[in-house]
Design a protein around this ligand. Structure first.
Ligand code: NAD
Length: 486
């Protein structure tokens, strides 16, 4: 690590933040954080025990009553200030993110902006929480509805977007008047710790936000989910863990939001603007080194443009520089850990053995967890690469003939998060958008994420929406009063 990088890492708090204080874990243990581009250990952070998690819940439960009653304008202004400070600290947050997660600095800076937008959007939503008042049909009573905060919320986030996945939850939770416990992924705790320093600086009351890091998320989470003081779990991560947590949360009947895995199709019709399609596919595939739930996992190209498209995508992929995310000019960073390299290598090897052709990249290299941007041609829907999340910079290309055929192939996955389509025919675009079984569709663009849009999936990609007008509803419940009108 460069001395300037060391300085930024050293400045970040490495403890747990509970009830308004930084504290060590109750058994004083710590766990290591690694730079995936060098495998160097860059920091050690406090490793929470189940007792620490319960202490965080106690703090959140104690703070709930007064936080839930603060004026919406006060909550809005605190979030607005957090938005401004996040922009001011963009460089420091981006560097931490690149060091612990690997993505190129330009992408980390982009994530900081994206993450900050949730704070701005929900600062604006905090003052627009609405109710209603109307006459019942019999004319004998009036109906009054109001929205109230759900209560203490447990927010679990993944490592691939260490900041945005948390602000997408914290923004609406705080705007709605809920207190929170945040548990970042164990691979990327530092970015969230730096963000907590911002939340502390804006002056959130003690206990409103709490931070627990842990190397054993299962042990720490179980007692929280069965504690009656907890009212909500919002989880972003794999479908497998989501399903497990849903089962654990059932005894407590917790309100749930589940943002889970994806297997996004990207469809290029022969009437598409091919330049736009190549640009969109490269973005949807390589953003975040392909480590995104929204990553284009299956790229379907209509026969008439298949060759032109794959040639153009190949030259795009081959022009990219892979390296440490802090280096100038790097387009693609390392994968996050060895297990990710092993998985991507297995999927590519399996496709090759079954007769697919590797036309670009295909290999991994060190000293970190690097994998070349790769294109696999001639993939069949029965291959493992078509059915598992690749989570790496590998584009799997399929050729199709008919519109209905590709819609059927796109939908033939248990997942339903996002799909992308490229066509210049408006009728076709609207028809296909309607037929795709996903929560989101990108039309002639490879990116759907926006704080003002409701992000979320269907089928095994989960339920609940983050961002948009819907995002705050996840943290509110509707109370109805029946008022005698006689
Ligand atoms: P993961 O499910 O392994 O981990 C996610 C989080 O859950 C981490 O904080 C982890 O510590 C925690 N966790 C793991 N096991 C747990 C357990 N038994 N009990 C409690 N917590 C536990 O997923 P990941 O590898 O960190 O992230 C990648 C996955 O996340 C992919 O499947 C990706 O598609 C998905 N994802 C989805 C979205 C979305 O919005 N739909 C966004 C980003 C990532």
């Amino acid at each position: 690590m460069l001395p300037s990088e060391r300085e930024v890492v050293d400045a970040v708090a490495k403890d747990l933040y509970i009830g308004g204080k930084w504290r060590k874990s109750s058994d004083s243990k710590r766990f290591r954080v690694e730079d995936p581009s060098t495998k160097e250990v860059i920091a050690e952070v406090a490793d929470a025990t189940p007792d620490d998690a319960l202490a965080a819940l106690e703090a959140a439960a104690d703070a709930q009553r007064s936080w839930g009653r603060t004026a919406p304008r006060v909550r809005a202004e605190l979030l607005r200030r957090a938005f401004e400070l996040t922009l001011q600290r963009q460089e420091e947050l981006a560097l931490l993110m690149t060091l612990e997660m690997g993505k190129p600095l330009a992408e980390s800076r982009g994530e900081v902006l994206y993450a900050a937008e949730f704070l701005r959007w929900f600062s604006e939503e905090a003052v627009r929480i609405k109710g209603d008042y109307y006459m019942g049909p019999e004319g004998s009573m009036k109906i009054l509805t109001q929205r109230q905060p759900v209560g203490p919320s447990y927010l679990i986030t993944p490592w691939n977007f260490p900041l945005a996945m948390a602000t997408r939850k914290l923004g609406p939770a705080l705007a709605a008047g809920c207190t929170a416990i945040v548990k970042p992924a164990e691979l990327t705790p530092l970015t969230m710790a730096a963000f907590f320093e911002i939340l502390i600086e804006v002056g959130l009351p003690d206990g409103v936000v709490n931070l627990i890091h842990t190397s054993d998320p299962a042990a720490v989470t179980k007692p929280l989910l069965s504690d009656r003081r907890l009212r909500k779990l919002s989880f972003t991560g794999s479908t497998e863990v989501g399903r497990l947590l849903m089962a654990q949360a059932s005894n407590n009947l917790l309100r749930l939001s589940m943002e889970l895995g994806g297997n996004a199709p990207l469809i290029v019709f022969d009437d598409a603007d091919i330049e736009k399609a190549v640009q969109g596919a490269a973005l949807a595939k390589l953003r975040n080194t392909g480590e995104a739930c929204t990553s284009a996992n299956r790229i379907f190209v209509q026969r008439g443009v298949a060759e032109e498209f794959s040639e153009a995508l190949k030259s795009r992929f081959e022009s990219l520089k892979v390296g440490r995310g802090t280096e100038e000019g790097v387009d693609v960073g390392p994968l996050v850990e060895q297990a990710a390299v092993d998985k991507v290598s297995r999927l590519v090897a399996d496709a090759r053995e079954r007769g697919a052709k590797i036309v670009a990249g295909g290999g991994s290299f060190g000293p970190g967890y690097f994998f070349e941007p790769t294109i696999v041609l001639g993939v069949d829907p029965s291959f493992a690469i078509a059915n598992e999340e690749i989570f790496g910079p590998v584009a799997a290309l399929y050729v199709f003939d008919e519109e209905q055929e590709v819609v059927d192939m796109a939908n033939s996955t248990p997942y339903g998060l996002v799909a992308y389509l490229f066509t210049e025919n408006l009728n076709r675009a609207l028809r296909v958008v309607e037929r795709l079984e996903t929560g989101m569709v990108g039309v002639n663009q490879g990116l759907v994420s926006n704080a003002a849009g409701p992000f979320g999936g269907v089928k095994q990609s989960g339920f609940g929406r983050e961002g948009g007008f819907e995002g705050i509803e996840e943290y509110l419940y509707v109370k109805y009063a029946a008022i005698n009108a006689a």
